[in-house]
Design a protein. Structure first.
Length: 152
């Protein structure tokens, strides 16, 4: 199996790439309450309870980009909910999508090193895992809106 570099993943808010990622992680969890009874024949039994998702990202800061640390910080202060996508550059057939709130963002500037920021997003509601067609539909829709706007 080939090695996939962490910088090959993109974290995108709506249609804007967030920084230049060094690593991106998309975690999905389910709470499994135990429902073992005497009729379980000595085996533990569970049901699927609450589900949750989390995205973490380590990015290199590029101050010429429109979406950077200060914008993400403002999203925490204003409690802004946004749609986030995680997409792998080399294999566009997998797109992870979820709505969520930024839980934390930390910028680090070390001596003689690139400035980076770490971002943690808690997903809320339904999140999806789909093929690249979803990703292409986002940009087709954006192009359609742009064309319609120009014809007004």
């Amino acid at each position: 199996m080939p090695v996939i570099n962490g910088s090959n993943f993109l974290l995108v808010k709506d249609t804007t790439v967030i920084g230049h990622s060094k690593s991106v992680s998309f975690d999905i969890n389910a709470n499994l309450p135990e429902i073992t009874t005497k009729q379980s024949n000595g085996f533990k039994e569970f049901i699927v309870g609450l589900k949750s998702g989390n995205i973490t990202c380590e990015c290199v800061t590029d101050y010429s980009e429109t979406l950077q640390y200060n914008t993400l910080l403002d999203m925490i202060i204003t409690k802004e909910k946004a749609v986030f996508y995680v997409k792998e550059l080399l294999d566009p057939d997998l797109v992870l999508r979820g709505e969520g709130f930024i839980k934390s963002v930390t910028e680090t500037a070390e001596f003689e090193n690139a400035t980076t920021f770490n971002l943690e997003i808690d997903l809320t509601g339904i999140f999806t895992v789909s093929d690249g067609q979803t990703w292409e539909n986002i940009f087709r829709q954006w192009q359609t809106i742009s064309e319609n706007w120009q014809t007004l």
